[in-house]
Design a protein around this ligand. Sequence first.
Ligand code: SAH
Length: 408
Amino acid sequence: MTSTPADESSYLVGLNLSGRRVVVVGGGSVAQRRLGLLVASGAAVHVVTRAATPAVESMATAGHITLDLRDYRDGDLDGAWYAVACTNEPDTNAAVVAEADRNRIFCVRADNARHGSAVTPATATYDGLSIGVLASGDHRRSAAVRTSIRDALAGGAAIADDAPAPVGVALVGGGPGDPDLITVRGRRLLGRADVVVADHLAPQELLDELGPHVEVIDASKLPYGRAMAQQAINETLIDRAKAGKFVVRLKGGDPYVFGRGFEELQACAAAGVPVTVVPGITSAISVPSAADVPVTHRGVTHEFVVVSGHVAPDHPDSLTDWPALARLRGTLVLLMAVERIRQFADALLAGGRPADTPVVVVQEGTRRTQRVLRADLQTVAARVRDEQIRPPAIIVIGPVAGLTADAG
Ligand code: SAH
């Protein structure tokens, strides 16, 4: 066909492919990169290819696509609304485009975009927006511009965004401390907050980015006694949300790991306030990893157990079976355990955990102020005292704490 190449004169369009047949000829890495979005769009995707990558095969096994493992032949585009030619053979791709043209099916040709009748833009999705960028065939440029637009939206301030205002309360996990370790969704919702109720363990730098109109409430300073603090937080969330504000409850790590997040969810539910939960990167896993300690390692440990140290082993409120923990060979991750590390170490030693079990203590993990102390179960309590380790800190006990990067 002798039309203008599909590039600078292209007409950008959104296709509704839901339930419509899309034929992809080729099953290699190029197809693999296209298939995810095609499947997500709801298209009935059929792949014809002599050989498929394991990822493409597993999409077929999972029922996301149908797959014919054979050579392309004329007629394969029957019933298709849209086609993609992405084999590594130019002649085959040309034949697919020719068949598509004869049947008036728009077709992308991956190896030579100018010879197809359609081109795929660099795309991004953001909070209900679909963004597509074409740059006259300059793929690097379209990808770079797409990324800039997406980052500007994620950054909040750069582009006016009139999406409908979210309502209710969002329980957002802020990650372990480095402000870059919040999720994309968490950051986006934070950018839309009218009120932010923040824990002291949430990344404080994120609060600096909020506009002057945003009310920031320090959850640890609400004017109630200690026992009443959680109730005061719940009431604040509910009152502000009922006044029509969008409230972000910003917590450290993940909201549901020793964060009382579920109590807040229950309180909001009882008050009829809608809640969105945004998981976070918990310090229990990320702080060890920031200190080069993997909580699991093949052939070394088949379990890791995350334990709160907020009460002593012999305290009547303790729900932890310390003798059982002492019998484990795997990884123990203790949170809130700095003050009582002597008692926990003693309980584990008394239960039979070897005295030379490696221990790593990480204070203020992922922050600029991160400190790492290496010890063993026998020495850790004295070392924590002598080196004046302070909360927040994570204590990792087990053979993974003795691994080093250069070990074979
Ligand atoms: N919901 C949080 C945990 C809250 S309990 C999460 O998922 O991470 C608070 C404890 O978390 C602290 O006492 C400390 O043990 C641990 N903690 C949180 N952030 C930390 C950090 N940056 N470095 C070390 N420990 C941290």
